[in-house]
Design a protein around this ligand. Structure first.
Ligand code: S3P
Length: 423
């Protein structure tokens, strides 16, 4: 296999959700460049339109126009599709709005835990009616929020943290979140970029409310970089190739997101970060990747939050590395779009790779035997793309149960993969 050319990954999913939400909450016109146009972003856009915001159509390569308005009680149920970020961040926003809304999602999202978000929001003063235990559907009515929210989160979750920060914004109250480990900080970057009064001291984030900064913002532009989690699949394909070089331009390299690059370097990969700059409060760079012979490593518990969405891909690469790779404390993978922890191991085993779940750890033994077999993606985009990347390796014959799920975060993934990797 040869890798060559230059490419751009689609817009960052996490930043797109936040940009759309903050624009919809503003009382002004916001122009967004580089927004993700995938299914998850469309879920946020659809929900925001139901809440009264003027959100244009998300079209690849086109600027997006959002007109923020005062939110109103939605007519129907808010369907968050497959997107946990949509559900949890919108719940946070709704905690500061005094009307009732009902939220639901697809079968995968309905299985995912919501109390990690609704628990603190109820403690702040919101009213939540659960329809199905810990998951969706559920109804929320925002309240007069308490002005002394200090939440010690048991999980390092940016969605939980962001929900509370957004509740502070919509409810007009100060909030503090203390995380067990630093999770992605895109909400903090955006708040800071907009001039909000936010203070980060280690793992403690305090937001004192937007005060009069918020109404004073008349109109603003946001530029969104390429998604490093989507770029990761192209990085992986390039590393597994036999020759060539790949340039991925304009990728977000926020350190709370790009932890996998450090792990790859430890595994012997060559990934150069070039033209590092800052755009709208986020670090952005170009990545240059050359094929490499990888070796196993131990990914420590403390490293996981900054690479949580890249564990499937890293586990796939570990299957082609020399020696064993251990991912410590990856239990959170059980509650992602699928039970990724179990499915990564099972699917790797179906391809002849030794992979085991040991408590909350995942252990993968590398080999260079051709990978052959059938993979159950469980309609999880990151599993589909991981095994598609492994399918580019010498002698591989991998049949995916489906491939459409890639459109959740990366429309055009298979075309892009075929464009940069050739036999
Ligand atoms: C996200 C946070 C992470 C990540 C998800 C996107 C976000 O989830 O896995 O894909 O945009 O805030 P958790 O907050 O549940 O860790």
């Amino acid at each position: 296999m040869r890798v060559e050319g230059s490419i751009r990954a689609p817009g960052d999913k996490s930043i797109t959700h936040r940009a759309l939400i903050i624009a919809a909450l503003s009382r002004t016109r916001v122009q967004i460049v580089g927004a993700l146009t995938a299914a998850d972003a469309k879920s946020t856009a659809r929900v925001l339109r139901q809440l009264g915001a003027g959100v244009g159509q998300l079209r690849r390569g086109q600027e997006l126009d959002v007109r923020g308005k005062a939110w109103k009680k939605p007519k129907g149920t808010l369907n968050c599709g497959n997107s946990g970020t949509t559900a949890r961040l919108i719940l946070g926003c709704l905690a500061g709005h005094r009307f009732e809304s009902r939220l639901t999602g697809d079968a995968s999202l309905r299985r995912r835990p919501m109390r990690r978000v609704t628990g603190p929001l109820v403690a702040m003063g919101a009213t939540v009616k659960e329809g199905a235990g810990n998951g969706l559907p559920l109804s929320i009515r925002g309240g007069c929020l308490s002005s002394s929210c200090r939440f010690q989160s048991p999980v390092a979750s940016a969605q939980v943290k962001s929900a509370i920060l957004l509740a502070g914004l919509t409810g007009g109250v100060p909030v503090t979140v203390v995380e067990p480990a630093r999770s992605r900080d895109h909400t903090e970057c955006l708040f800071t970029y907009l001039g909000f009064d936010l203070l980060t001291k280690g793992r403690e984030i305090s937001f004192r409310g937007a005060g009069d900064t918020w109404p004073r913002i008349e109109s603003f532009d946001l530029q969104i970089p390429g998604d490093v989690s989507s770029a990761a699949f192209l990085v992986g394909a390039a590393l597994l190739a036999d020759s060539g070089q790949l340039l991925i331009e304009n990728v977000g390299v926020n350190p709370t997101r790009s932890g996998f690059l450090e792990v790859l370097r430890r595994m012997g990969a060559s990934v150069r970060v070039e033209n590092l700059t800052e755009v709208c409060g986020e670090k952005v760079a170009d990545l240059v990747i050359c094929p490499a012979r990888l070796r196993g490593t131990v990914v420590k518990a403390g490293e996981i939050p900054a690479l949580i969405d890249e564990v499937p891909l890293l586990a796939g690469l570990a299957a082609r590395a020399e020696g064993e790779t251990t991912f410590r404390s990856v239990g959170e993978l059980r509650v992602k779009e699928s039970n990724r922890l179990v499915l990564i191991a099972e699917n790797l085993r179906s391809l002849g790779v030794n992979a085991e779940v040991d408590g909350d750890d995942l252990v993968v033994a590398g080999s260079d035997r051709p990978l052959k077999g059938r993979v159950d993606t469980a309609r999880d985009h990151r599993l589909a793309m991981t095994f598609a990347v492994l399918g580019t390796t010498k002698g591989a014959n991998i049949v995916l149960s489906e491939s459409g799920s890639a459109g959740v975060s990366y429309p055009g993934f298979f075309e892009d993969l075929a464009r940069v990797v050739s036999r």
